[in-house]
Design a protein around this ligand. Structure first.
Ligand SMILES: [Zn+2]
Length: 107
């Protein structure tokens, strides 16, 4: 197995704030792309501001190599750079998309 590394201060997943499924749904709407970085690295960049959300590879060393770490990188950037709120669970009956789907299927 190859060498790997994690972001040193990677926090635990904030389950109480947002589940990984909710986070995935949120991040899936956010444009990101991977680009070669200096010294054979690979950065994951934000498609809106084109700044780096973090490193996927530093030289020959895979970085942030799991899906939840990639997700955390994107979400952290969304929050820190674009002030996207994470805690946006919609209460029932508020006209949210899910609620509208429910209404459409009932009527
Ligand atoms: Zn950005």
């Amino acid at each position: 197995m190859g060498e790997s590394a994690r972001t040193p201060a990677a926090p635990a997943w904030p389950d109480k704030l947002i589940t990984q499924a909710e986070a995935f749904a949120k991040a899936a709407d956010w444009p990101v792309y991977a680009m070669p970085a200096p010294a054979a690295g690979i950065d994951l960049l934000c498609g809106r501001c084109h700044r780096s959300t973090g490193q996927l590879r530093r030289g020959a060393v895979p970085y942030n190599g799991s899906l939840d770490e990639m997700l955390a990188m994107v979400l952290r950037h969304m929050v820190m750079a674009h002030e996207v709120p994470l805690n946006t669970r919609a209460p029932a009956g508020d006209g949210s998309f899910r609620e509208r789907i429910r209404e459409a299927s009932n009527g």
